[in-house]
Structures are given as C-alpha cells and as structure tokens.
Design a protein around this ligand. Structure first.
Ligand SMILES: Cc1ncc(COP(=O)(O)O)c(C=O)c1O
Length: 351
C-alpha cells in the first residue's frame, strides 16, 4: 500500500481514541468525593479497602472474603502472574491485552499464545494447549483489542477442561459495555469453578481511569493469597472513596455506557459502509484488522489530530469517544478510503 500524504497540515487538536477511556467527564458527586478525601491525604489510606470491599461484596452478592481490590486491575493481573511463579506457563489468546506478555516476560513465565480464530478466542485450542506446567490461563472477555465476546456456554465447556490446579483469570475490564444476550458475565460461574477469578475495573465504564482502582472476585483462598502479596496502601484514599461513590451512581453511569454503545453501533456501521472489515464489538472500542496498512492508517489519522492504538502490521484499535471525536475520526477514515481505494466504498457517495 502506497502511503498517502495525509491531510495537508498536521491538526492542532489531538483527539485521544487510543486508551479506551470513558469520554465523559466525572460526575459532580465523584469530583466531590475525591475533593473530600483530599482533606485526609496526610494519612495513609485504609490498607484493607474495607468500605469498598463491602460495597462490592454487596453489589455482587458475595461475601467480602471473595473480593480483592487493587490499584487498577493491572495490579491484580500482576499479582496473578506472580502467583503462577517463575518457570510456569501462562496460556492466553493472541492478539489480546498487550500487558499479558509484558507481565509474563518480567516475571519469568513462559507464554503460550493461542491465535484468535476470526478475531475471537479459540477456547478449544486454548484448552488443548494446557499442560502440567500451566498455572494460569487468561481469557479477556470482551477481548482487547478485537472487542469480541465468548458466551457463558463456551466458557463453561472450556472450564470443564481446565485442571483445578490451573487458575483461570477472566478479564472483564469491558464487561459493562456488553449488550449481547450471551454476555451475562463470568461471576455466575465462580461457585461452580473455584479456580476461576473474575477481574473488573473502575477505569472504563465507571470513568475513574486516573484514580487506579480495580477488583477481583474469586475463592477466599485465592483472594487471601493476592492480598498478602499486594503492596501496602496501594489503593489511594481518593480512589477508594470515588469507587464507592461510583457504585452509588451506577444508574447514571450506565446511561453513559448506553450512549457509548449507541455510538459504537454508529461508528461500526459507517466503517462497514466505507468498506472496512470490523468485528462486532462488545467493548468501548472497535478493531480494524488492516494488516500492513495499520501503520500508514495510524499516521494518516494522527495528521488529522486523532490518536489511535496502532499495532504495526496487524491492525488499529479505536476507542469510542464523544460524538464529535467519532465524527472527526469517521471523516478522516472516509478521506483515507477515498484516497486509497474508493472502489471499496459501499455507499458510492463521497462524503
Ligand atoms: C483487558 C484489560 N484488562 C485490564 C486493563 C487494566 O485496567 P486498569 O486501569 O484497571 O488497570 C485494561 C486497560 O486497558 C484492559 O484493556
């Protein structure tokens, strides 16, 4: 693919569609909770995150000893990889969340990457790759960066094949954006499979990415091990208070999630009309598997003032932003298509 020159002058505004953040500003009650807890920052925060743990236990109908809170779900993922131990094997799909191989690499864990099939987890192939040294399997559902979802029936069939000595981490960072009927979430399976843990975060749908707070639900013995390993006072007071406040504001926040889902549908439809292959996403982003065009496409959008997540030679992940950010992205994409392969436009019209 020849690299087109791109929009004439680099654009001043950068619209950040690369990090899958919420495009909505924090609600006033969240800002107030953060401000109020700011008065106590000369003190260490509650190391046990007791109020938040209780609120989450109540929210999910589990006992508090099944909830671990961490400084973002990344911290909990790190603890899970640490628990697997050096020399162990971790199985996960590829392409998936780029932090998994980073963690495995840093912690001396062998990665068994199982290729996606049609942009989705191939759980049969993943189960086939589990051996005696496999201590951890990570399933990212919906998958980052492709947005695809595996349903509960498939998960159940997969978990039936995993030995009880192997931990399964179901990374549901984007769970709240799921609107497919099969997407009821992995928490329903935790009682049946004590080797299953489910990770969620306040960074996405709850709009608290800057505060770093996530959580995990699993068997008490796993939660206890993770809590023992966690850094002291890892979750700040403002993060704990804001997360409790966010749980109380769930209805409003989920209205915002529904707006994002509406935008996701609109963005995907426009991309399909422009001749791009886009898997149906159940998250707050879409995936364009552009292959060798990924880099040039990312640079084209950057010149239009839009930052995407580019995986060179593979594809680009585009977060769903505000309607005006999405419009700007779609306009840049349309120009790219007109410039590079207008015959692929299904609408016929040049916008
Ligand atoms: C699949 C997945 N898991 C976990 C995380 C980490 O989220 P947190 O901000 O809670 O550390 C992300 C963040 O992008 C993610 O995409």
């Amino acid at each position: 693919m020849r690299e087109a020159a791109g929009p004439t002058a680099p654009h001043a505004v950068t619209r950040v569609l690369s990090r899958n953040e919420s495009s909505h500003s924090p609600l006033p009650d969240i800002v107030a909770a953060v401000a109020a807890s700011g008065r106590d920052v000369n003190r260490y925060p509650d190391p046990a995150c007791a109020d938040l743990t209780l609120a989450l236990a109540h929210r999910h109908g589990v006992t508090p000893d099944r909830v671990a809170v961490g400084a973002g779900s990344c911290a909990l993922l790190q603890a899970l990889f640490q628990l697997a131990g050096p020399g162990a094997t971790a199985v996960y799909a590829w392409r998936s969340f780029e932090y998994y191989p980073i963690l495995a690499g840093h912690l001396g864990i062998h990665s068994e990457r199982v290729p996606l099939a049609d942009d989705a987890h191939d759980l049969t192939a993943m189960a086939d790759r589990i051996t005696a040294t496999t201590r951890l399997v990570v399933v990212c559902n919906p998958n980052n960066p492709t947005g695809t979802l595996v349903g509960l029936d498939h998960l159940r069939a997969f978990l039936d094949r995993v030995p009880p000595t192997c931990l399964v981490a179901l990374d549901e960072a984007y769970f709240e954006y799921v609107d497919a009927p099969v997407g009821t979430g992995g928490l329903a399976l935790c009682d049946t499979y004590p080797n299953l843990v489910v990770l969620r975060t306040f960074s996405k749908a709850y709009g608290l990415a800057g505060l770093r707070v996530g959580y995990l639900i699993g068997a008490p013995r796993i939660v206890a091990s993770l809590c023992e390993m966690s850094l002291p006072y890892a979750v700040s007071g403002p993060a704990q208070h804001a997360a409790v406040a966010a749980l109380g504001l769930e209805e409003v926040l989920l209205t915002r999630v529904r707006e994002t889902i509406t935008e996701r549908t609109r963005v995907r439809a426009a991309l399909l009309a422009d001749g791009f292959a886009v898997p149906a996403s159940q998250a707050n982003f879409v995936w364009l598997g552009l292959g060798e065009d990924a880099g040039p496409f990312g640079r084209w959008c950057a010149r239009a003032g839009i930052e995407l997540r580019v995986f060179d030679g593979d594809g680009v992940r585009v977060s769903i932003g505000s309607p005006s950010d999405n419009d700007a992205f779609l306009a840049a994409v349309h120009q790219w298509r007109v410039r590079n392969a207008p015959e692929l436009l299904t609408t016929g019209a040049v916008r």
